[in-house]
Design a protein around this ligand. Structure first.
Ligand SMILES: Nc1ncnc2c1ncn2[C@@H]1O[C@H](COP(=O)(O)OP(=O)(O)OP(=O)(O)O)[C@@H](O)[C@H]1O
Ligand SMILES: [Mg+2]
Length: 782
């Protein structure tokens, strides 16, 4: 055991760690060690002899939980840390529901529907009810239902709530209640829960079954919640119910970082903690250990402008640090190029690694330009969120088969697999089946399984009947196989028998190859899962266990093994994380703050908190970038710098390139003329929060002190060096394969031998200039 671990805490942190009995709340600024307090507190509990089994810790991501576990393992020994219950609300309560959901009539192997499944169910409902799709938009309707669920408004409660009904009538959606009922029925019949159900049903069980509540109250004698500011009402009630017996509850959070109000997070949870637990102890943490003085002070100044916040005094003893660099791009491509060039330079000049950098942005769509710039520089990166591994089509197809094996009522899984790979079961047949299943009040699978009996009345011919029969038999066979073989063996067999692997193998395009690799990767991960679980004492190598991990992987849970890469993610996903160098990109009006969020003060304040979260991720250096034009919604639009930039005092800022002409704007087709289009000082003054200050773009140049090593971007040597030697022995005219762009022909070689670039024309991707030191090329024909 690590000795004197309490010495690694400052005074208030140590007190919060040692106050293990009774309610405790820590509300403190970013980087002040809240998460560290929780980690050490758990270690301390274990060290005092509390059984790991009795500790529940709720984190924002599963990754955060794993990291905490690891850290706790260092302090108290790994074996002790293993049986801790840690994870997101969704993953912890999904685990409990596996045991308890049958109380509500769900199968214990219930499926978890992700957003895509939910949208598909909703689209069907809206179609079947013949509703106007422009008024009843599937995602919007689901958003509304999510609100209901997170506030524990069940279908029945909705129908008894005149105010809600009237609100929906006014919103031109009088059928909302019927849709809600149809959606809940449909999920229930499929034996499926969506994400909000995981919390709603947990609440339902804890309320309706006192003996179950008592069981978990006994079990979780010590409860901890990180990022408490972002818990919604449903989560709040679960915690409250579980903690109400022992009240050994410790919540930590920061009201200034509450960024999920749009999803129902409720800052009042923090404020009412004192009322719920009048004896609660409060420990203010004020010292920031993460960031430089420059960053801490600038962040303090930003958040001070919000009216709704608890008073805090955050300071740091860290070095003063560099000013925040601001860069103005001519286009999103130029902005991205600047960022990539800075990463490149800092890696070399400061011996930093790719993983030391994070690029944060407001919307996922911004990653495209950034990715392109990083690729051009040969910088390794990974994108969190967006289309995660498990959302890819080929993976979802495989997973749908797996889901069907454990829950044959899972209608979404059935619809996804019934004719993929193609087995001649057409859309008309499927529509007939859906109607008939509904008429006979049986699940789609039962219908397909007994199709011979129903076929004549439904109007399905003999050929199709055989096909449906074969499909059902195949699924049944795997279900049986699952009883005697491990999960990996069954899924491997399934991938082969269904022809799924073959279908992918036939496609030899680079995309096809990568799809096949993805499926292989999935099979590998199943194998890894089976082996890992078999080694654990209370291991669960079941298919449902595996599927649960997949369904609940949050966007921030990136499982990539080789993690030495530049991190790209939205600010929302960056919560709780820290990186030596952080770029905040796209600081423009209508982007950050988002266009949707500038109408009320409350919305704007949430955007400002988001900005505060972004800046406070940085340890050593922060950059803020914006662009005067950007490719959005299919066209180039002009942009103004974000009002947030104006809100930071000049003492903290270093405006990088105001007096440096930006060299070019390559593929954006823009020229320096754009400078003339920027907003006037006048338009700034008109803004609500505007400080009396000139347009930042027209600041006196005396303010601009480019760092000595600052170079204008995009100066590449273009001396032709086609005949020179290079590492690969590459020559003009050779045919090569690139792992991303596929097959191509070398057109030209440029630059110094040790920094050579190749111009390659790719069959599918067109002409690219690649840095040979980084591009992974294979010569296939000289
Ligand atoms: N007493 C301490 N001594 C040394 N380092 C510390 C101390 N307290 C915290 N740190 C370090 O400071 C950094 C920030 O801590 P932590 O992530 O726990 O802050 P936080 O309050 O949870 O931040 P956030 O609000 O962003 O979630 C971490 O790297 C942590 O290890
Ligand atoms: Mg934290």
């Amino acid at each position: 055991m690590e000795e004197n671990y309490l010495d690694k805490l400052n005074e208030p942190q140590r007190l919060a760690v040692e106050a293990t009995e009774g309610p405790v709340m820590v509300i403190a600024g970013a980087g002040s060690g809240k998460t560290r307090v929780l980690t050490y507190r758990i270690a301390h509990l274990l060290n005092k002899g509390v059984d790991a089994f009795n500790i529940l810790s709720l984190t924002f991501t599963n990754k955060a939980a794993r990291e905490m576990k690891e850290r706790i393992g260092y302090v108290v020994g790994e074996s002790n840390a293993k049986s801790l219950w840690m994870g997101t609300f969704h993953s912890v309560f999904a685990r409990i529901l596996r045991v308890e959901a049958p109380l509500l009539g769900y199968p214990s192997d219930f499926t978890i529907y992700d957003q895509q499944d939910a949208v598909s169910v909703m689209t069907k409902i809206i179609n079947e009810m013949n509703l106007d799709k422009d008024i009843y938009k599937a995602k919007q309707v689901l958003g509304r239902i999510s609100q209901f669920k997170n506030n524990l408004i069940t279908v029945r409660a909705y129908h008894n709530n005149q105010a809600l009904i009237e609100a929906d009538n006014e919103a031109m959606k009088p059928r909302m209640g019927d849709i809600y009922r149809a959606y809940v029925d449909r999920c229930f019949k499929s034996g499926a829960m969506d994400f909000d159900d995981l919390l709603l049903r947990t609440n339902e069980i804890l309320t309706r079954f006192p003996e179950v509540l008592a069981k978990y109250q006994e079990r979780f004698k010590y409860i901890m919640v990180d990022e408490y500011q972002d818990t919604n009402h449903s989560q709040y009630l679960i915690v409250k119910a579980l903690a109400s017996r022992y009240e050994n509850l410790c919540v930590v959070g920061d009201d200034a970082q509450s960024i999920y109000a749009f999803r129902g997070a409720n800052i009042r949870n923090i404020l009412s903690f004192k009322q719920d637990y009048p004896d609660a102890k409060l420990y203010p943490l004020e010292q920031n250990y993460r960031s430089t003085q420059m960053i801490v002070e600038a962040a303090n100044q930003i958040i001070k402008q919000n009216q709704d916040q608890l008073e805090k005094n955050v300071w740091t003893a860290n070095e003063s640090g560099e000013k925040i660099a601001i860069y103005r791009g001519l286009s999103d491509a130029d902005e991205a190029r600047f960022i990539a060039s800075q990463i490149w330079e800092r890696q070399i000049s400061e011996h930093l690694q790719p993983k030391d950098f994070a690029i944060l942005y407001r919307t996922n769509a911004q990653s495209r330009a950034l990715e392109e710039a990083l690729r051009k520089r040969g910088i390794q990166y990974r994108v969190f969120g967006g289309t995660s591994f498990y959302q890819r089509k080929e993976i979802k197809d495989m997973v749908a088969y797996m889901r069907l094996l454990i829950n044959q009522n899972d209608e979404e899984a059935l619809l996804r697999t019934i004719n993929y790979p193609a087995r001649g079961i057409g859309q008309t047949t499927i529509s007939k089946l859906l109607v008939a299943a509904d008429q006979h009040q049986i699940s789609l699978f039962s219908l397909v399984e007994n199709i011979a009996m129903y076929a004549p009345t439904i109007g399905i011919n003999a050929g199709t009947t055989t096909k449906l029969n074969n499909y059902a038999l195949m699924i049944k066979r795997f279900q049986v196989m699952l009883k005697s073989h491990d999960v990996y063996e069954v899924t491997m067999e399934m991938a082969k028998t269904t022809q799924l692997l073959n279908a992918l193998k036939e496609d030899s395009t680079p995309e096809g190859v990568s799809r096949l690799e993805n499926v292989q990767e999935l099979l590998n991960s199943i194998q890894g899962y089976v082996e890992e679980q078999q080694q654990l004492e209370d291991g669960d190598a079941s298919l449902s266990g595996f599927l649960e991990n997949i369904a609940l992987a949050t966007d921030a849970d990136n499982e990539e093994e080789d993690d030495n890469k530049v991190n790209l993610m939205t600010v929302h996903l960056a919560k709780g994380l820290e990186f030596p160098i952080v770029f905040i990109a796209g600081l423009e009006e209508n982007l950050f703050p988002s266009m949707m969020s500038v109408n009320t003060r409350a919305e704007l304040e949430e955007e400002r908190r988001l900005f505060y979260v972004a800046l406070t991720r940085a340890e050593k250096v922060a950059y803020m970038t914006y662009s005067v034009s950007r490719f959005r919604w299919g066209k180039i639009i002009d942009c103004e710098p974000s009002r947030f930039l104006e809100e930071i005092d000049d003492d903290f800022l270093d405006w990088k390139n105001l007096n440096i002409p930006v060299r070019n704007s390559n593929n954006s087709g823009l020229s320096a003329d754009l400078f003339g289009d920027e907003p006037s000082a006048e338009s700034y003054k008109q803004r609500e929060k505007s400080v009396a200050r000139p347009n930042p773009n027209q600041r006196p140049s005396g303010n601009v002190q480019p760092r000595p090593n600052f170079k204008p971007v995009n100066q590449t040597s273009s001396s032709s060096a086609g005949s020179q030697e290079n590492a690969l022995g590459l020559k003009v005219g050779q045919v090569v394969v690139h792992d991303r762009f596929g097959r191509g022909v070398v057109r030209d070689l440029q630059g110094e031998p040790n920094d050579m670039k190749a111009i390659i024309h790719f069959d599918n991707a067109g002409e690219k200039k690649l840095l040979l030191n980084f591009a992974k090329l294979k010569i296939i024909r000289s």
